[in-house]
Design a protein around this ligand. Structure first.
Ligand code: PLP
Ligand code: ZN
Length: 420
């Protein structure tokens, strides 16, 4: 494997790929560079994109920053379905709607991709303890991969995170540290603890430059699943936005390899109650303001970006470069879409994951997209992550007596036209 380097996205300074987070010189976000050029000019055959002897995400190991095979930590992540959603598409007025179903990942969210890479890299650096700040899903992923790698794991989470996510983290055996206030508080405290105790920080914002490389494997998979076609639009629920950054990077690499000729337009999807990126986009700004009070059910994207605003700026830059947009939707629209995804497509996702399809619905309703454009919505996490929210939303009826009369009466209440 060729030598990896890190390049600052702001000042361009290059450094050796070490346990670095932000740029030493200017504090900018770092990007991984590989020892080959992805355009194939210096001899990388295109067929090397994929190694068929490996599974899932690790098929693409040549484009991932883990140098030695024995350091790879895997729970069989990746290789998720890309499904055509014709019933939902019809309801939204979209003829070519697809769902990239990340609810199927080992811990139930796409965070397994960035985390598999970050934990493998932590192992490569010889770390014995990792730490993450998370709204829940990245914490569950870090806890699971740390368990598989035999590392100690601390997860700093907002105390109000969904019960299912907090439970999952504890069952994987991580030290869970609930912190009051919103996600940015957990982020700041994890920075402090990582520095003070020398733990490796695998937080999945743009802080750890290795994790975002895992996100880009989604593009490689979709490239195959769409038989080398590029979708017109990709709609992604975003917090800080590394998922969007990674997917866009993946497509850029495919283009520079000459495998595709156009790039998708990237859409950042947020909830009205926490939408710093959508607000900046709407106002035509290139820099975001941190969000004030967070008020949304979409816990996975409840990131006010306080103290690391440049993450939002960086994501916004990719959205604009791609000719895309950033939009937000209300909690009512999100909840209705979560029900539609489940009842029309059989895809049970957490509220945060429904934000993308809710934004696609808005794009269609507002004429921002043609009916015949191809749109992929990322469905980023499982409905099992939001059991408490959905149980409150759809309360169970009182139990029936175990009698035939009670059953008949119940059925007739559902459909009075059924004959006795
Ligand atoms: C983390 C998360 C997101 C947002 O991803 P970022 O890459 O942090 O912007 C979206 N959906 C779910 C379910 C998440 O857990
Ligand atoms: Zn710099």
């Amino acid at each position: 494997m060729n030598a990896l380097t890190l390049v600052c996205s702001k000042c361009g300074r290059e450094s050796r790929a070490d346990v670095n987070y932000l740029c030493d010189n200017c504090g900018g976000i770092l990007e991984v560079r590989y020892g080959f050029r992805v355009d194939g000019a210096d001899g990388l055959p295109r067929e090397l994109l994929k190694d068929e002897t490996q599974r899932g995400l690790w098929k693409y190991w040549r484009f991932l920053p883990v140098e030695r095979e024995e350091n790879r930590v895997s729970l069989d992540e990746g290789n998720t379905p890309l499904r055509r959603a014709d019933r939902l598409g019809k309801a939204l007025g979209l003829d070519r709607l697809y769902l990239k179903d990340e609810t199927r990942e080992p811990t139930g969210s796409f965070k397994d991709r960035p985390t598999a890479v970050a934990i493998s890299k932590a192992k490569e650096f010889g770390a014995t303890t990792v730490i993450t700040a998370s709204s829940g899903n990245a914490g569950a992923a870090a806890a699971a991969y740390a368990a598989a790698a035999g590392l100690e794991c601390y997860t700093f989470v907002p105390a109000k995170a969904p019960v299912s996510k907090l439970t999952q983290i504890r069952m994987y055996g991580a030290h869970i540290v609930p912190i009051s206030g919103n996600y940015s508080n957990s982020f700041r405290m994890a920075l402090y603890a990582a520095r003070k105790y020398g733990w490796l920080n695998v937080t999945t914002t743009h802080l750890n430059p290795y994790s975002v490389e895992g996100d880009k494997t989604i593009s490689y998979e979709m490239f195959e699943q769409l038989e080398h076609d590029v979708p017109d639009w990709i709609v992604i629920p975003i917090g800080a936005g590394p998922l969007l950054t990674g997917i866009f990077r993946g497509y850029r690499e495919l283009k520079s390899m000459g495998l595709i000729s156009k790039l998708p337009r990237m859409v950042g999807a947020q909830a009205d109650g926490c939408s710093p990126v959508a607000k900046a986009f709407r106002e035509g700004k290139s820099a975001i303001d941190p969000w004030g009070a967070v008020t949304t059910i979409a816990s996975g994207v409840s990131d006010p970006l306080t103290g690391y605003e440049q993450d939002g700026d960086y994501t916004l830059r990719h959205i604009i470069e791609s000719g895309g947009m950033a939009l937000s939707v209300s909690d009512e629209q999100i909840m209705r879409m979560a029900e539609l995804l489940a009842s029309k497509e059989g895809v049970y996702c957490e509220s945060t994951a429904a934000v993308s399809a809710a934004v696609a619905q808005k794009m269609s309703a507002e004429g921002l997209v043609h009916a015949d454009s191809s749109i992929v919505c990322l469905v980023t996490g499982s409905g099992l992550k939001d059991t408490d929210l959905y149980a409150r939303h759809t309360p169970l009826s009182e139990p029936l007596d175990a009698t035939e009369e009670a059953i008949d009466a119940f059925i007739r209440k559902v459909d009075p036209t059924i004959p006795l």
